[in-house]
Design a protein around this ligand. Structure first.
Ligand code: URP
Ligand code: ZN
Ligand code: ZN
Length: 471
């Protein structure tokens, strides 16, 4: 007699954003086909006793194989990046197809598909980065791409090769409003940063730690407020990404308190790193470069403010902002092969594999509930980025992207144990409680007892996105 299911996960302590119940999970053709007690047999059976069964993580902000200027190169492509993702409990990633100034958005999307094809081991969507909103982009490319399933895009208020003027931001927001897309905003004031940078460099203050002084909380606060103002003028929701601390949180709380749909994202670096980490000399006096990202990590007070805002629902999503640059690499943190003045250090840190364990440790310490954990890391990103209910929950009809967590397992993070292609982790030596021990993507087990099972590269599928669901 043939089995009813391809896979049955028995005695699962299932946790979603809203519910918790114990049952068996029956999977057929990669989809959850049944939830119930004493399900019929599966061709494979896995006993989940003592483990939590959570929906696979959705990392709604990560950078993989993104084309770079200035001779820089990301260490992770779609293969190594998604391998690391699944080993950290993330079964869907959404990196960015980035338009170049002077280039077409469509060309960026086509190029990014070529980079992903045959490489990804878990499913993926694309956000767009709009760097050059010409009339053609605004009136033709962007509306057409939204219709095809690219329903979220990022814009920058800083970085010379990416930033938009205030007028351009208003134009992009208007297109998002008209066509029902979600705009993600990198909020830092570009001119203030340039002015502060010139002053610091002129004084010979060029070590990595001065990155933090060139991008103080005030420049993030001002840009956050300005972005909120633009959203108000256009009457469209926006999502402020990688919020670093209390000043920007204050602006977001203010807007949310006025009933505006201002959504926000934060990342592990703002819970666990501080400006001091950019001041670590290491062997070559430059190791602080490993923690250079923008906005920069701040201080203990700001970390506390981020934890509180997570607990209180100010943030909708918790993403990695994985930006994989090697440390010992002329195309990475040491452009040209040697330590550089802070303004030439590529911004961003790796974290696609450590995102979930670092937040789960907060669950262990009572900083947020297990339901909030699922909501921030899987359910809300799936909804916002048009992938729900296929992703982001454990329910009949959803993809069988399931992660079995050992909630008591103690792990000391070591880069040698991680699966990205980056030569360091900023969290080296940090102990966390809770680890994703078995991971399934569309019913296929990709990680067993913490061991990566080396599935076929390219098994990951592209996910065209539906319209954003904001609640
Ligand atoms: O420093 C950062 N965050 N680098 C990645 C690119 C971005 O702005 O998200
Ligand atoms: Zn950014
Ligand atoms: Zn980013």
């Amino acid at each position: 007699m043939s089995d009813t299911f391809d896979l049955v996960i028995r005695h699962a302590d299932v946790v979603t954003a809203a519910d918790r119940f114990t049952c068996d999970i029956g999977v057929r053709d990669g989809v959850i086909a049944a939830l119930g007690r004493n399900l019929a047999s599966g061709a494979r059976e896995v006993d989940a006793s003592g483990l939590l069964a959570l929906p696979g993580g959705v990392d709604g902000h990560c950078h993989l194989d993104q084309p770079m200027t200035d001779g820089l190169r990301m260490a992770d492509d779609f293969f190594t990046g998604t391998r690391a993702a699944v080993c950290g409990g993330t079964t869907t990633v959404i990196p960015f197809a980035a338009q170049e100034k002077g280039g077409s958005l469509r060309a960026a999307v086509d190029d990014y598909h070529r980079r992903a094809e045959g490489r990804a081991v878990v499913d993926y969507g694309f956000h767009l980065i709009v760097a050059d909103p010409t009339e053609k982009v605004l009136r033709e490319e962007l509306p057409q791409l939204i219709r095809e399933g690219y329903t979220s895009f990022k814009i920058y208020m800083t970085y010379d090769d990416l930033k938009l003027s205030d007028r351009e931001i208003l134009e992009v927001l208007s297109v998002a409003r008209e066509h029902g897309a979600l705009v993600m905003v990198h909020a830092e004031n570009s001119d203030c940063i340039a002015w502060l940078t010139d002053k610091l460099v002129g004084q010979g203050r060029i070590a990595p730690k001065f990155h933090g002084l060139a991008r103080p909380a005030a420049v993030e606060r001002e840009a956050t407020h300005r972005a909120i103002t633009f959203a108000e003028l256009v009457d469209v929701p926006i999502l402020i990404v990688h919020v670093s601390g209390k000043d920007a949180i204050g602006q977001i709380r203010w807007a949310q308190g006025r009933g505006m749909q201002i959504l926000a994202e934060t990342c592990p670096q703002y819970l666990y790193l501080s400006a001091e980490d950019m001041n670590h000399p290491g062997d070559d006096g430059y190791a602080g470069a490993k923690c250079v990202c923008s906005p920069p990590p701040r201080d203990a007070d700001n970390q506390e403010a981020v934890w509180k805002a997570l607990k209180q629902g100010v943030f909708s999503v918790f993403s990695s902002d994985h930006a994989p640059f090697n440390y010992e690499d002329p195309q990475g943190k040491k452009p040209g092969g040697k330590p550089q003045s802070f303004e030439h250090i590529p911004n961003g840190i790796p974290g696609i594999e450590t995102r979930l364990p670092l937040l789960f440790d907060g669950v262990h310490r009572g900083r947020l509930s297990i339901h909030q954990f699922v909501e921030l890391t899987s359910y809300r990103p799936a909804r916002l980025y048009g992938l729900y209910p296929r992703k982001g929950t454990i329910a009949v009809g959803a993809d069988a992207d399931i992660v079995l967590w050992d909630p008591e397992m103690r792990t000391t993070i070591r880069n040698t144990q991680l699966h990205h292609a980056v030569d360091y982790t900023p969290y080296e030596g940090r102990e966390v409680v809770g680890w994703p021990v078995h991971c399934f993507s569309r019913g296929e087990q990709l990680v067993a007892s913490g061991q990566y099972l080396a599935p076929v590269a390219g098994r990951g599928r592209f996910l065209p996105a539906d319209a954003p669901s904001l609640v």
